[in-house]
Design a protein around this ligand. Structure first.
Ligand code: PRX
Length: 568
């Protein structure tokens, strides 16, 4: 029996009070996500239940933590930060691989009322700088491996006071602002005064990329727990005896909302594998830990499909009870394949960094229409709006902009220091997601595409503007335009068109050099997979580069109205 029971019944009597009551929260109370995910679970009698089974690259490196361990260790990190002078509202960045300190550190930071800023550990110094500077980050928890990237930009970050190395044995020399800290050696803190955060106290700052301008810091609050708890329960169907694996990195919102907060607020055991993708390693991980609930992403599923059906047969995956996916369009073939080969279909879920929690989903027990994102979570009011008039579309199967009434608990509260861009997300009182879809006669959403130039590669958003700006910093590049290029597995990859400065000659070596330049500066995801040298870039008469035209060519689409083109 699924947690949601009948989707249709839930629609009728829905109220977020269901989650509030289950969590024992009343409006006006203190609500602290760090406490809810550890102390409360212990109070419910689950102190000895396993909270985290962690495995590194090496399969023999498994470490296990009970909810009581998580409670004490997050207290320990919280107390350490508090002693340094970190207060409520201060921004504290987590910049590390998927090691236990990342998961426990997040709760520790929240427990003292500080704001967590998780950043993907593969970010290069430029990506890092933009986000740390914008947030005015006061402390950063990292590891020896990643600290040099921070040292490189330290002089330009006046607000940053502490670089805390969580894997330091205290024997090596420390550089400027570095402090050694080790959870294994720190004195365990049994009791911590958890900061009395309220519903609207800030909790997390996740950075996301848009078409124009720098990445935006999406501000979430502690009350988001209400949505994350209930969606993890009803959409992901997390159940008491589950062994849950969310493959997302907490540098991205899936890895926090459903890789930490949702499951732990429900007292669910979760497994984490800190290694890159390999079909064999992943199947072995499921078999070894008897994973029952698996939340992953379309690119990974397509990669598994590519690895072949025979590989699946070498493993016992019978523990799997429920599968879900998020981040990019989940093609119908992937759903059909998983049902046939793994024995269970992937349930697509749709949401965004901004929404904080699942908005549309194929709920357990509901008929899956392969290729569709499913239906709206109970309590949400969704509509498709006409892209020109922003009026509600009532016609079935007619494309429109996905929009929501802005009233669910996990919604973003603003973009950090960028209220103006936040306000632009609204039309006629609706929150616009920036995605296009149709709705069929049964209320199922069918994703069409984004309404902007942002590239979705491997389920991660890359801003063409950010890559173009970084390209211009390379000595050989005169002009650049960056668009998505279709890719069989990754759905989209980054492609750059560049013109060279006088004195530079196009070559394969230069292409490689520029690619690496971007990888180091931004991240491996933002690195162009292809660079095309061109003599000129298509521009409007006012001199604006027409990405749209380049994009259309890549996708074999109609190039549309070219009347404003300068060099046609
Ligand atoms: O374009 C949609 C796509 O990913 C965007 C949100 O990206 P981000 O903020 O990084 O959050 C990703 C994880 C929640 C959306 O605006 N997207 C997300 N889920 C789906 C999707 N596109 C198609 N189908 C989905 N299920």
């Amino acid at each position: 029996m699924s947690n949601i029971g009948s989707y249709d019944n839930r629609l009728h009597d829905f109220s977020w009070k269901i989650a509030e009551q289950e969590l024992g929260y009343r409006p006006g109370d203190t609500i602290n996500i760090g406490w809810y995910c550890s102390d409360r679970i212990c109070q419910l009698g689950k102190a000895d239940k396993i909270a985290l089974i962690w495995e590194g690259h090496d399969e023999n490196s498994t470490r296990t933590y009970s909810f009581n361990d998580i409670r004490i260790l997050s207290n320990t990190i919280g107390a350490f930060l508090r002693n340094l002078g970190i207060h409520d509202g201060d921004r504290v960045c987590l910049f590390m691989d998927k090691i236990p300190e990342l998961y426990i550190g997040l709760l520790g930071i929240l427990k003292i009322g500080a704001v967590v800023q998780p950043l993907f550990s593969a970010f290069g110094d430029e990506s890092l700088f933009i986000r740390l500077e914008n947030a005015g980050t006061k402390a950063i928890l990292t590891t020896r491996q990643h600290a040099p990237k921070i040292q490189k930009i330290l002089a330009t970050l006046p607000d940053l006071q502490y670089i805390i190395l969580v894997d330091d044995d205290g024997t090596k020399a420390l550089k400027a602002k570095e402090i050694a800290f080790s959870l294994d050696r720190a004195l365990p803190v049994e009791h911590l005064d958890v900061f009395p955060t309220k519903a609207e106290s800030p909790s997390l700052l996740h950075y996301t990329s848009g078409t124009t301008g720098q990445p935006k810091g999406v501000k979430h609050v502690h009350y988001s727990l209400i949505s994350q708890y209930l969606t993890a329960k009803w959409a992901l169907d997390l159940q008491e005896d589950d062994l849950y694996w969310c493959t997302a990195d907490p540098g991205w919102v899936t890895g926090t909302s459903y890789g930490i907060i949702g499951p732990w607020s429900l007292g669910i055991t979760q497994c984490v594998k800190d290694s890159g993708f390999s079909a064999e390693t992943w199947y072995r991980f499921i078999e070894k830990h008897k994973i029952s609930m698996w939340y992953s992403a379309p690119t990974a599923i397509r990669s598994l499909m590519k690895a072949g059906d025979n590989l699946v047969k070498r493993f016992d995956l019978s523990s799997l009870r429920h599968l879900a996916s998020v981040g990019e369009p989940l093609n119908a073939e992937a759903v059909v394949w998983s049902e046939k080969v793994i024995g269970k279909p992937f349930h697509d879920t749709y949401w965004q960094t901004e929404t904080g929690s699942i908005m549309i989903s194929n709920f357990p027990g509901m008929k899956i229409k392969p290729g569709s994102m499913g239906k709206v979570f109970p309590g949400l009011t969704a509509a498709l709006l006409d892209p020109d008039t922003f009026e509600i579309i009532t016609e079935v199967n007619k494309p429109g902009l996905i929009a929501f009434q802005f009233d669910w608990p996990a919604r973003l509260r603003t973009y950090w220091k960028n209220e103006e861009t936040f306000q632009k997300k609204f039309r006629n009182g609706w929150y616009l997601t920036g995605d296009r879809s149709t709705i069929d006669q049964d209320g199922y959403f069918w994703f069409i595409g984004r309404d902007d130039d942002v590239i979705n590669t491997v389920g991660h958003l890359v801003s063409p503007f950010e890559v173009e700006s970084a390209l211009l910093e390379h000595k050989a590049v005169a002009e650049s335009a960056v668009v998505a290029k279709p890719d069989e597995v990754n759905m989209e990859v980054v492609k750059a068109f560049i013109t060279l400065k006088p004195g530079f000659v196009a070559s394969d070596e230069l292409e490689l050099e520029i690619m690496n330049f971007i990888r180091k500066k931004l991240s491996p995801l933002a690195m162009p997979q292809e660079i095309e040298y061109v003599d000129t870039l298509p521009k409007t008469r006012s001199g604006k580069i027409m990405r749209r035209l380049l994009h259309a060519k890549e996708w074999g689409e109609d190039t549309g109205d070219l009347s404003t083109l300068e060099n046609d």
